[in-house]
Design a protein around this ligand. Sequence first.
Ligand code: 5GP
Ligand code: ZN
Length: 114
Amino acid sequence: MDCLFCRIVSGEIPATLVRETDTTLAFRDITPKAASHILVITKEHYADVATLAQADAKLAGEVLETAAIVAEHEGLVADGFRVIFNTGEYAGQEVSHVHAHVLGGEPLGPMLAK
Ligand code: 5GP
Ligand code: ZN
């Protein structure tokens, strides 16, 4: 198995977990791009959010639910936060296992660095 996030799910690679459900896992990004930067993944492997949403819409909803709960626990809701699913080459997706970036804790700037 050569998928980095599958290895985190199996415990082979350590991560700082912030929440775990039957189907999802949330952990801190190793290179945070904001004061608070958490990744939410499915335990089952899906390449990206489009694949997941079409294969299992309920599970896609569970990823969003975990993202919302994590944002609440991190204290991001009052000031606002961003949820990003990079998908494919143009979006710069580096890990081919669906993940939501939950970003906040400080002003995040414009949506795109253009
Ligand atoms: P992408 O560019 O695919 O949307 O995001 C991948 C994210 O995974 C990046 O923000 C990167 O910092 C993070 N990442 C890469 N390797 C690891 C790792 O081993 N552990 C954790 N916690 N995050 C990682
Ligand atoms: Zn995987």
